[in-house]
Design a binder for this molecule. Structure first.
Ligand code: NAD
Length: 491
């Protein structure tokens, strides 16, 4: 469906940063190409660098070069871009920015709509928001003001709350868009439709029928050149607190009254707040950390460039989530994420309970044991859904076998799928917060993760404890084995 292009001026803090050049400009360009933005938009790039508009535009054209061969279109797009050298702590610079924004509003007839995207080191998130408000950069003539915040959002509940207090002293919660790019992925966005659009699925989406839920966000890569950041974060903060628990919230939430962001957020928060928070013993029982050793001809984490030789940072985290609510009762959600694992995959495996009585096992033909039905949602690199069901093997006699009902998105269709940042920008332009993390969700996720991090910070691990190229530490298999379960992937 076509829609009216949105009018807006973007102000991008960190305008020549890695994220901006690699992801943000290509995403904005695709919106332009597809018509969600057209003539009535402008973007001001900001950082301390002194660039001319021409130099900035050359970077933009370079940044979008893989998205288009149309030179004239690329140049027209880049002509909407302006550069301003800006120090985030200098209040005069914000006053100047306010004037530039007014001029661009006029020139591009943007109705005073403003999007402030802070793509800088997290310590600057708060100060930018505060100065935008205090130095009068916010639109006051009826246009919208939206603040977009990159990750990480704090490093524990206390620091996240402090950041949030700073942001909300300048912007209302409904003006703040906290980026979680996993929420821009096709399969994550499909979860509510798969659940609430299919009574045959939603009817059994509870502890009566689901044995366990497994979420795997596995990376094949190691820390690469991000040791400076990663060694102070780790898998629990970098992947579990945000992406994994957000996915958990869409899987676990109750049905919203309608598919609008306020309703969805209410249900997501309820789900996250009903996760049982563990004490130290509970953490020991229910969480596993890991750090990769050498393997596959590649070095151990502690031997990677920039990593201290005695680092106790977790490059792998797994856990068992238990909900204190009627829908989930005793059904565990197992989660895991790590680096240097056997394969790159993002997937959700939902294992259903077997029949209470296996009548086939009592027959005279001794067929194979019935397997659990498993519904798999593939997030990446492949997008798809599969369902394993038991049926009869076609050989003579009564033998059962398990077959896959499978939908895998074709490469041709996958190539058409908007990039996560493109989807998220689109939603920001439309003012739709459905696929952004609200503050109460972020708070609940930190409150859940904090006791785990605290125990890990204060106890000595036995690292390294998994080989590069494996699927993680043995203890993560034992975590499931204790419940009579096992990781479905790889099977
Ligand atoms: P970066 O270091 O490449 O860019 C940061 C930008 O901020 C640069 O343009 C720099 O010039 C500018 N800057 C620094 N200090 C400044 C100051 N005092 N005043 C004005 N400008 C200043 O960082 P990045 O990798 O682009 O990351 C940006 C944000 O996105 C961070 O919050 C990061 O956590 C997040 N993020 C990045 C990635 C990624 O792949 N790069 C992925 C996920 C999240």
């Amino acid at each position: 469906p076509t829609e009216n292009p949105t009018r807006a001026t973007f102000m991008l803090f960190g305008g020549t940063g890695d994220l901006a050049l690699r992801k943000l400009y290509p995403a904005i360009f695709n919106l332009y190409k597809k018509g969600s933005l057209s003539t009535h938009f402008a973007l001001v790039g900001l950082s301390r660098k002194a660039l001319t508009d021409e130099e900035f535009r050359a970077k933009i054209i370079e940044s979008i070069s893989s998205e288009t061969d149309d030179k004239a279109q690329a140049e027209e797009f880049a002509s909407h871009f302006y550069w301003k050298s800006h120090d985030v702590t200098n209040t005069d610079h914000y006053k100047e920015l306010g004037k530039i924004a007014d001029e661009l509003d006029q020139k591009y007839e943007t109705d005073g709509n403003r999007i402030f995207y802070v793509s800088m080191a997290p310590r600057f998130f708060g100060i930018v928001a505060k100065n935008l408000k205090e130095q009068g950069v916010l639109s006051t003539n009826g246009g919208f003001n939206r603040l977009v915040i990159e990750k990480p959002f704090g490093r524990d509940y206390a620091s996240a709350k402090e950041l949030n207090d700073e942001l909300t002293s300048a912007f209302n919660e409904n003006q703040i868009y906290r980026i979680d790019h996993y929420l821009g992925k096709e399969t994550t966005q499909a979860i509510p439709v798969i659940r609430f659009g299919n009574p045959i699925i939603e009817a059994i989406w509870n502890q009566n029928y689901i044995k366990d839920v497994q979420i795997t966000l596995a990376e094949k890569l190691g820390v690469e050149d991000r040791a400076g950041y990663y060694d102070t974060a780790g898998a629990l903060r970098d992947m579990i607190q945000n992406h994994t628990l957000q996915i958990v919230s869409y899987l676990a939430m109750d049905e919203p009254n309608s598919f609008v962001d306020t309703e969805i957020r209410r249900e997501k928060v309820k789900a996250l707040e009903s996760m049982e928070i563990y004490d130290a013993d509970g953490v020991k029982q229910n969480f596993v950390r890991g750090q990769y050793g050498a393997g596959d001809g590649t070095p151990a984490y502690r031997d990677e460039p920039g990593v201290p030789h005695d680092s106790n940072n977790n490059t792998y985290a797994a856990g068992k989530i238990v909900f204190n609510n009627p829908r989930w009762g005793k059904t565990p959600f197992y989660i895991r994420s790590g680096k240097k694992l056997a394969t790159k995959t993002g997937r959700i495996d939902i294992e259903f309970k077997k029949p209470i009585v296996d009548i086939f096992a009592k027959g005279t033909h001794q067929p194979a044991e019935l397997k659990s039905n498993v519904l798999t949602l593939l997030i990446d690199p492949k997008i798809g859904i599969t369902l394993e069901i038991n049926t009869k093997n076609s050989a003579q006699g009564m033998h059962t076998e398990t077959v896959d009902l499978s939908y895998l998105q074709s490469d041709a269709r996958a190539a058409e799928v908007p990039l996560p940042y493109e989807r998220l920008f689109h939603d920001i332009l439309k003012g739709d917060g459905t696929y952004f993390a609200s503050w109460p969700e972020v708070a609940a996720a930190w409150k859940y993760v904090d006791p785990v991090q605290k125990l890990w910070d204060t106890t000595q691990p036995d690292f390294p404890n998994y080989e590069s190229g494996s699927m993680g530490p043995k203890a993560a298999d034992e975590l499931l084995a204790r419940d009579g379960n096992s990781w479905y992937f790889p099977n």
